[in-house]
Design a protein around this ligand. Structure first.
Ligand code: NAD
Ligand code: IPM
Ligand code: MN
Length: 374
């Protein structure tokens, strides 16, 4: 079955445009080779949008994203906008909220080819395959904020963490369904020994899983202990469900299991039928911008998640992931995957040359219908 789809690309700031360019080339070749008509549209978000029209996400761009079949985003932000009244990151948050993509899937799969790239011992990270489901449209990120002068001098800043039963239920159902399709274990992470939002979180997760997913193994782990377990024994986890801020922090930590934050993709999903948002988990990497050395694998694997979860194109997603795995096996590693054991990169270290390598593999594998790694 061939498909017509509109893919909205929001390159954003810093290395965002560099890595999304490669992901877009990969999607275009998938379209060609599998006979789909992908139409690409481009929009501004973050600092790029502030520069052009004064706001980090315009109403027109949000509307265009809503009408698209899927949205691919690079990254937003950078030191240029620090201290400015309006921040690039507000555009990303408005987009997540505007698309109501409440479940952010962040898989951490440690490829055998990258085991030596982790800063952790190979025996600890080998075989790790876990999936974070991060609640994305609630919590501290979206509560009211305030700042005022304190009568005693200085200032006071406040932000409110808010979660409702229905917000917790819907993300729990998504995470539980994913756990059911994997190894059947769900770890819910909270801080219920201190926070009221976490106590509601824990009660709600327990009730939904007990009544609707009784076949799953459910455990509750406090966030501080989870941060430790991730480094001590990452293979104990299957699906980790957590709230917005904890998920942000734990996934950057877990990135080091996989070797670098540069390889990690994500998919943000809402209600069926609405467009998903697909973006690498890294930021705009101001220190790398313009060097041509940014790792495009996170963006390319986000394109694979776009195919799989956004468009339902499973063999196409498999083709991209297979090409990436094969390229890793042959040592096409960017500088951030340099390690003591693999001092590379020997070849294909730049952003563009990695993109070219993946395009080449996807193109020839689809044409010959031979295993992609050949
Ligand atoms: P960052 O992820 O941009 O960079 C952290 C470190 O990881 C840097 O050393 C960087 O060089 C490296 N890194 C990140 N992505 C890489 C890649 N693809 N290839 C190789 N190395 C990579 O995080 P930061 O420095 O804390 O934040 C920079 C800006 O990005 C901030 O403005 C922040 O708000 C923003 N940010 C945006 C997103 C997003 O758009 N989704 C995510 C995180 C941070
Ligand atoms: C991420 C980023 C964002 C977040 C920022 C840029 C708003 O760190 O996608 O992980 O905190 O969600
Ligand atoms: Mn983050």
């Amino acid at each position: 079955m061939t498909m017509d789809a509109t893919i909205m690309v929001l390159p954003g700031d810093g290395i965002g445009p560099e890595v999304t360019a490669e992901a877009r080339r990969v999607l275009a070749v998938i379209g060609e080779r599998f006979g789909h008509r992908f139409e690409f549209a481009t929009g501004l978000v973050g600092g790029a949008s502030i520069g052009a029209c004064g706001v980090p996400l315009s109403a027109e761009t949000l509307e265009a994203c809503r009408r698209a079949d899927a949205v691919l985003l690079g990254a937003v932000g950078g030191p240029r906008w620090d201290g400015a009244g309006v921040r690039p990151e507000q555009g990303l948050l408005a987009l997540r909220r505007g698309l109501d993509v409440f479940a952010n899937l962040r898989p951490i799969r440690v490829s055998d080819a990258l085991v030596g790239c982790s800063t952790l011992k190979p025996d600890i990270v080998r075989g790790t395959d876990l999936l974070f489901v991060r609640e994305l449209t609630g919590g501290l990120y979206f509560g009211p904020k305030a700042r005022r002068r304190s009568p005693g001098g200085g200032e006071v800043a406040v932000e409110l963490c808010r979660y409702s039963t229905s917000e917790i239920e819907r993300v729990t159902r998504r995470a539980a369904a994913l756990a059911r399709s994997r190894r059947g274990k769900l770890t819910s992470v909270d801080k219920a020994n201190v926070l009221e939002t976490s106590r509601l979180w824990r009660e709600t997760v327990s009730r939904v899983v007990r009544s609707e997913f009784p076949d799953l193994e459910l455990e509750h782990v406090l966030v501080d202990a989870c941060a430790m377990h991730l480094l001590r024994d990452p293979r104990r986890f299957d699906v980790i469900l957590t709230e917005n801020l904890f998920g942000d922090i734990l996934t950057d930590e877990a990135a080091m299991l996989a070797g670098s934050i540069g390889v990690l993709p994500s998919a943000s999903l809402g209600i069926p039928g609405g467009p998903g948002l697909f973006e690498p988990i890294h930021g705009s990497a101001p220190d790398l911008t313009g060097t041509g050395l940014a790792n495009p694998y996170g963006a390319i694997l986000s394109a694979a998640m776009l195919l799989r979860y956004g468009l339902g194109l499973v063999p196409e997603a498999d083709a991209v992931e297979g090409a990436v795995e094969a390229a890793w096996n042959e040592g096409h590693l960017p500088v951030d995957l340099r390690s003591v054991e693999r001092p590379g990169p020997e070849k294909g270290s730049g952003t563009k040359s990695i993109g070219t390598e993946i395009v080449r593999r996807v193109r020839s594998a689809a044409r010959t219908r031979e295993p992609i790694a050949s």
